[in-house]
Design a binder for this molecule. Structure first.
Ligand code: EPU
Length: 302
């Protein structure tokens, strides 16, 4: 395979198992992993990927992935930008901050607090990467990341390397139009527009969010966050699962949390097939009990 500086290609066993790179602690090794760390070389990426002849999946923080064991017939794409959050300018009262898609959301939020900038504090306690958060419009407690996006830098074979404003995308609950983009693409960086506020006040908002989460969610246990999307803006899938008796329900090493029924926990030695079994049981029970059909929020890699 062609060698390009700025893009590393790891075959099979050289790639680190997904069980060590996903928050659910599940999953084997992608057949090929392609790691992009120099955006100036990115035009070589389509050629490299085409040669693998494998379907492409982008790996961020691994916090929303349910992956199968063994060698996975796919090409995992990762970004290592090294682009830490930096102020790039202002727009009236707003301050613009750019950061790499591979930066973890808590790192971005902590930097924004240090800069005395607010607007994303409600996302405190979400363990994903900035790119993953943008892809799925991560949100909690009324804050959604897209409400603060000023531009997104994307690469795809059809678009090339482009920086697009939010007007180019539709987005909504756990959705951005990027999810519908045909073929593979990479989110490389994003710029956010934020308001000035005292560091103390921003940090307090973040602490309050984390406290609220701790009270109602099993933070710190191996999970991928909520397994299912809420079926409606006003209907919590967690509540439906709870009412259908799914709290504490197990299959092998996987279990629906006793704290919040939409979190599936790997209690140790859980397997992909255990997770699928629980998902099917949950869907059937919720459908029977309430008539709602639940869709997955986690992304399945198999
Ligand atoms: N509830 C139960 N039992 C449960 C879970 C929840 O009765 O097992 C009840 C709660 O008591 C509350 C209501 O359902 O009255 C709503 O619960 P919660 O505030 O936890 O909100 P949610 O709709 O279940 C959503 C997001 C979370 C996000 C929280 C807070 C989804 C699928 N989930 O949960 O996001 O943290 O709101 O904003 O949208 C995630 O996306 O991975 C995630 C965890």
């Amino acid at each position: 395979m062609q060698v390009v500086s700025g893009i590393d290609i790891l075959q099979g066993q050289k790639s680190i198992p997904l069980a060590e790179r996903t928050t659910m602690l599940l999953g084997g090794i992608p057949e090929v992993e392609v790691r992009v760390w120099d955006f100036a070389k990115i035009d070589a990426l389509p050629g490299i990927i085409e040669k693998t002849a494998l379907p492409v999946k982008v790996l961020g923080a691994g916090s929303n992935i349910l992956a199968k064991e063994g060698v996975l017939p796919l090409c995992a794409l990762t970004v290592e930008s090294g682009l830490k959050p930096e102020v790039t300018g202002t727009d009236g009262e707003l301050t613009l901050v750019r950061c790499g898609a591979d930066i973890m959301l808590p790192v971005l939020l902590s930097r924004l607090a240090g800069l005395g900038l607010s607007g994303l504090s409600g996302l405190a306690g979400i363990p994903g990467s900035v790119g993953g958060a943008i892809l799925m419009n991560a949100g909690s407690f009324g804050t959604e990341i897209w409400n603060r996006v000023r531009s997104v830098q994307v690469f795809s074979p059809s678009l090339g390397l482009v920086e697009l404003p939010p007007e180019r995308f539709s987005y909504g609950y756990r959705y951005s139009q990027l999810k519908d983009h045909e073929g593979w693409y990479l989110i490389l960086s994003a710029t956010f527009a934020l308001e000035k506020e005292s560091e103390e006040s921003v940090r307090k908002k973040m602490r309050d969010c984390i406290e609220l989460k701790k009270a109602g969610q099993p933070l710190g246990q191996p999970s991928a966050g909520c397994v299912f999307k809420n079926p409606d803006e006003k209907i919590s899938a967690g509540r439906l699962l709870d009412e259908a008796g799914m709290k504490g329900e197990r299959a092998g090493g996987m279990m629906f949390s006793e704290v919040h029924a939409n979190f599936m926990i790997n209690t140790g030695g859980g397997l992909f097939r255990d997770a699928l079994e629980l998902i099917e049981t949950a869907r059937a029970k919720v459908l029977g009990a309430s008539g709602w059909k639940l869709d997955l929020e986690v992304r399945v890699w198999s």
